[in-house]
Design a protein around this ligand. Structure first.
Ligand code: FEO
Length: 135
């Protein structure tokens, strides 16, 4: 069984954005599998880097649409994105310096953050984005 499963409850009803969320979910699962297997630190470091880079890419997708169409909740939404990236950058720095053992707790944070952000924050833009023709 996967650590985090995609299901329709996580859909924001915009296929291109759901696809990006599915990629992030896949990365969290890959991360979890490697923690469980106690994989080598350079492999885990690579996964953290990949997750940070893809998160930046994904958040930029959403924020670009928000700026383009003057989405009213832009600032608040961007603050959540920025806080998440700061957290991942901090984890990455601590891990790369050898000061952090990546645990289930860290992986659970990533899972819970993503689910909560999609459900409580991303879903707020669904109607607005659909009204702008975003698919
Ligand atoms: Fe899908 Fe706001 O991140």
């Amino acid at each position: 069984m996967k650590f985090i499963e995609w299901n329709d409850n996580l859909s924001v009803k915009i296929e291109s954005i759901d696809d990006e969320h599915k990629i992030l979910i896949g990365m969290i699962n890959e991360f979890y599998d490697n923690i469980k297997e106690q994989s080598q630190t350079d492999l885990i470091a690579g996964l953290i880097k990949k997750m940070r880079e893809y998160s930046v890419f994904h958040f930029n997708t959403e924020e670009s649409y928000m700026r383009l169409y003057d989405y009213p909740g832009y600032g608040e939404h961007k603050n959540e994105h920025d806080a998440f990236i700061s957290k991942v950058v901090d984890l990455e720095e601590r891990f790369n310096k050898g000061g952090l053992i990546i645990s289930l707790e860290v992986t659970t944070f990533l899972k819970n953050w993503l689910k909560s952000h999609i459900n409580k924050t991303d879903k707020k833009y669904t109607e607005f984005f659909i009204s702008k023709g975003i698919k």
